[in-house]
Design a protein around this ligand. Structure first.
Ligand SMILES: NC(=O)C1=CN([C@@H]2O[C@H](COP(=O)(O)OP(=O)(O)OC[C@H]3O[C@@H](n4cnc5c(N)ncnc54)[C@H](OP(=O)(O)O)[C@@H]3O)[C@@H](O)[C@H]2O)C=CC1
Ligand SMILES: CC(=O)N[C@@H](CCC(=O)OP(=O)(O)O)C(=O)O
Length: 311
């Protein structure tokens, strides 16, 4: 029998993209709730209990509600794309490339928390350097980022695209989360293995999908005064043997006049760059991804395949 998949929130931004990715799959049976019934709790409960894997593409509160509906119903595995369970000890963190063991942890888990889009980029840069002993635990990490506006879901898409919306946003690029209390900070700190709370400053640009996440570092403050080449080598070693996270060769990144956040639009890969000038004492680590690809829906499908034993 084919495993049954139910995407709770399938008519939203992340859910739709997961549905598209699963559309051509004949090894799965995708259960679908009519759009008009998407908030019908009884109908959702029936689907949630009937399915083998539920992928929650809902706001945090609705995700928690779905999890409570499934309490004691252990035959349904859950992938939650919301922020609700990303630092919860009972949930496996759904970033398969986090370390050597994470892929297996996801494969064995019933409860998997899909990472946030920004943390996917930032953690992919800092965690290998923590594990390699290059980045001290108490380093004051800062993360600066720009996202495509689909990152804000249906509401932000309407604000950016519809000039008649009462809360229309006319800006081409804007900063937000200025109080430095963004919901991704705990996840960044816990899974980045950082002793200090990182400073996280996100922004949004007038493009639908794509993301640049930057982590600048002073190399004099790293263990052993690690060079650009050392940092690049540590990242390359960490991501060896898989093809979703790609570390761009130094010789290639040094030639780039600019970086386009939309470059990986509609793909599920992520590219990592080490920018700077060897010997200058500074590097800028950069992750490039599609916020809806490796940043959300692509990662959810990757986790689904691991949980079904397909990968
Ligand atoms: N967009 C992105 O790039 C990323 C999103 N995520 C996470 O994914 C989750 C979904 O986000 P996104 O797809 O962007 O959001 P959207 O607002 O685009 O979609 C959310 C969907 O959930 C539905 N919904 C809301 N409340 C309920 C409820 N109580 N019961 C049932 N359905 C409900 C909405 O219905 P309605 O149309 O009626 O509002 C909508 O269809 C969020 O937790 C977000 O943080 C994670 C990484 C990246
Ligand atoms: C542009 C934008 O608004 N981005 C969202 C983050 C993306 C998202 O909602 O997802 P997760 O928290 O589940 O990763 C935000 O900053 O809240």
């Amino acid at each position: 029998m084919k495993p049954k998949i139910f995407i709770d929130g399938e008519h939203g931004t992340t859910g739709l993209q997961i549905r598209t990715r699963l559309a051509g799959r004949d090894d799965l049976e995708v259960l679908s709730i009519p759009e008009a019934e998407r908030r019908n709790k009884d109908m959702r409960a029936d689907f949630l209990k009937e399915t083998d894997v539920a992928i929650l593409c809902l706001p945090d509160d609705a995700s928690k509600e779905a999890v409570s509906i499934l309490e004691g119903h252990n035959s349904t595995k859950i992938i939650d794309t919301s922020t609700a369970h990303r630092v919860h000890p009972d949930w496996a963190y759904g970033f398969a490339e986090l370390d050597r063991d994470q892929r297996q942890k996801i494969a064995d888990a019933r409860l998997v928390a899909n990472p946030g889009c920004y943390p996917t980029g930032a953690i992919s840069l800092v965690r290998p350097l923590r594990d390699a002993g290059i980045l001290p635990g108490d380093y004051p990490v800062t993360v600066n980022a720009v996202s495509g506006y689909t990152g804000g879901g249906k509401q932000m898409i309407a604000q950016m695209e519809n000039p008649d919306a009462p809360d229309h946003i006319a800006a081409n690029h804007f900063l937000y989360a200025m109080p430095l209390k963004h919901k991704h900070v705990p996840e960044l700190q816990v899974h980045g293995h950082l002793d200090r709370k990182p400073i996280f400053s996100p922004s949004v640009g007038r493009f639908a999908q794509g993301m640049i996440v930057q982590v600048p570092l002073f190399t004099d403050d790293l263990n052993g005064n690690a060079s650009m080449a050392d940092i690049h080598a540590a990242l390359t070693a960490h991501y060896e043997g898989q093809n979703i996270v790609q570390v761009v060769p130094l010789a290639e990144s040094v030639m780039l006049p600019r970086l386009d956040p939309e470059e990986l639009r509609d793909t599920d890969i992520m590219k990592l760059y080490v920018f700077g000038t060897e010997g200058s004492g500074q590097v800028n680590l950069v992750a490039l991804l599609d916020n809806l690809g490796k940043g959300a829906s692509g990662a959810a499908v990757q986790n689904l395949d691991l949980m079904l034993g397909n990968a």
